[in-house]
Design a protein around this ligand. Structure first.
Ligand SMILES: O=c1[nH]cnc2c1ncn2[C@@H]1O[C@H](COP(=O)(O)OP(=O)(O)O)[C@@H](O)[C@H]1O
Ligand SMILES: [Mn+2]
Ligand SMILES: [Mn+2]
Ligand SMILES: [Mn+2]
Length: 197
């Protein structure tokens, strides 16, 4: 069991969930980034997160409505929240990497999708987000996750991970950073240093 009471499910296990399960789906959009902060600290990648209406950090996406497939619900939410150009960047079933299951107060699976784009495309998605229907209400800011660690061993990702995340978003971020190869397991463990200090 992951912390915060979620069970991590593989994509296949998600497909075996019972009928009564409700679903949410969120997407981790990222691009590899070879730039360096001050020519020194590799930025590694651009990974999109948002400041939500509830003050917590999360990924774009949301509840899948009745009658929608997970992908239909997610693409609708991405259009609402970041004005994603679905002609160019529609999220597909193949982008589904698994889910986080909660049994209480109701059975609900929080599906995680990961979509890689080029840095150029990422920039176009970012700028379009300010024109999204939900921008300024449900979505109060679009940001990139700092993936570097400063010399003090705390600035950058360690400090960022001290923020308040919604639901399983923090687990999903760490899972995606590792499975995409953006960061090694060791890098991630050291970024969690703050938790142990
Ligand atoms: O980024 C995320 N990762 C995992 N779960 C999330 C994330 N954002 C929100 N959730 C969870 O999913 C539920 C529905 O998501 P959201 O608040 O985005 O719905 P909406 O966009 O349809 O209003 C939230 O109540 C929260 O528990
Ligand atoms: Mn919604
Ligand atoms: Mn929404
Ligand atoms: Mn949402």
């Amino acid at each position: 069991m992951d912390h915060a009471g979620y069970e991590k499910l593989s994509a296949q296990q998600c497909r075996d969930l019972p009928e009564e399960c409700t679903h949410a789906a969120h997407c981790i959009i990222y691009a590899h980034n070879d730039d360096k902060l001050w020519g020194k600290f590799p930025l590694r990648a651009a990974v999109m997160m948002q400041v939500r209406f509830d003050g917590l950090l999360g990924f774009p996406g949301g509840l899948v409505d009745k009658g929608e497939s997970w992908e239909q619900g997610l693409n609708r939410e991405l259009q609402e929240e970041i004005a994603l150009d679905l002609e160019r960047f529609r999220v597909e079933e193949a982008d589904h990497v698994g889910g986080y299951l909660r049994r209480k107060p109701r059975l609900r699976c929080y599906h995680c999708y990961v979509k890689q784009v080029s840095l150029q495309e990422f920039l176009s998605i970012e700028t379009a987000a300010y024109g999204a229907p939900d921008y300024g209400s449900e979505v109060l800011g679009v940001m990139r996750v700092p993936l570097h660690t400063l010399e003090d061993g705390k600035g950058g990702l360690p400090a960022f991970l001290q923020n308040r995340f919604v639901g399983a978003a923090r687990d999903q971020l760490l899972f995606a950073l590792q499975t995409t190869g953006i960061m090694s397991g060791d890098d991630i463990t050291s970024a969690l240093c703050w938790d142990s200090s």
